[in-house]
Design a protein around this ligand. Structure first.
Ligand SMILES: [Fe+2]
Ligand SMILES: [Fe+2]
Length: 228
């Protein structure tokens, strides 16, 4: 049994959204993902850190979910800024059940478990200090969601997954990092950054938390093993 993580699959089976426009490394990226999942087994779990499907609604995202379902193991997904199909987790769960998709679960205002370890997280938002009042409002709401998730974990060891980077080279979401420290979190994975944007990523240890970027193109479309 192993735990993996990857972000930003940006699947587009049901929409006309060729990813090659973002660089030649995105060519045939679904096939690259399938190859990347070859080492993942049915008993394993993979956390997917948002930006899953370009579908604008669940009907458009259906083929992408079926593709994800066809990959081995349990997939725990959280919301990214491009997941427009996401209305409520309840709607999503109903849709998955109706389509016989039983290998995907939502990490949303809750925490899930991998053995004795709690998997916590939320989407997050941009930490740009020049953001608008609306951005600050979204950050406050996301902070509450992160705390709800951490609280749900109780005393267990907590791993945190976000879509947005909580820390870049140039700015940070201090309140979220404070929360990670308060809850004794030592590891945080995130996505959202792509291509040249990855140069903005902070990867390494800061305030006793280890941060890593796992957007699909940044990790060559290979899920990263984080626990056995
Ligand atoms: Fe993305
Ligand atoms: Fe994103």
């Amino acid at each position: 049994m192993a735990l993996y993580v990857i972000g930003d699959l940006h699947l587009s089976f049901g929409t006309d959204k060729p990813m090659e426009v973002f660089g030649p490394h995105w060519e045939n990226h679904a096939e690259k993902l399938r190859a990347g999942f070859e080492t993942v087994r049915e008993e394993d779990t993979t956390v997917v850190c948002g930006d899953i499907s370009w579908g604008m609604n669940l009907a458009e995202a259906r083929e992408d979910f079926l593709f994800l379902h066809s990959l081995p193991g349990r997939k725990i997904i959280l919301k990214g800024n491009h997941d427009y199909w996401w209305t409520t987790a309840a709607n999503g769960m109903r849709f998955l059940a109706e389509n016989g998709i039983d290998s995907i679960v939502f990490l949303n205002n809750n925490c899930l478990f991998y053995g004795a370890v709690a998997l916590c997280g939320t989407r997050g938002w941009s930490c740009d200090p020049d953001g608008s009042e609306q951005d600050r409002k979204l950050l406050r709401r996301e902070l509450m969601r992160l705390e709800t998730s951490l609280k749900a974990a109780g005393e267990r060891e907590k791993l945190v997954f976000l879509h947005y980077p909580p820390k870049l080279l140039t700015c940070e979401w201090t309140e979220a990092i404070d929360l990670l420290c308060a809850y004794g979190v030592r590891n945080c994975w995130y996505g959202h950054l792509h291509g040249p944007g990855c140069a903005q990523a902070f990867e390494g240890e800061y305030r006793n938390v280890r941060f890593r970027l796992v957007s699909a193109d940044h990790v060559q479309f290979i899920p990263q093993k984080i626990l056995r």
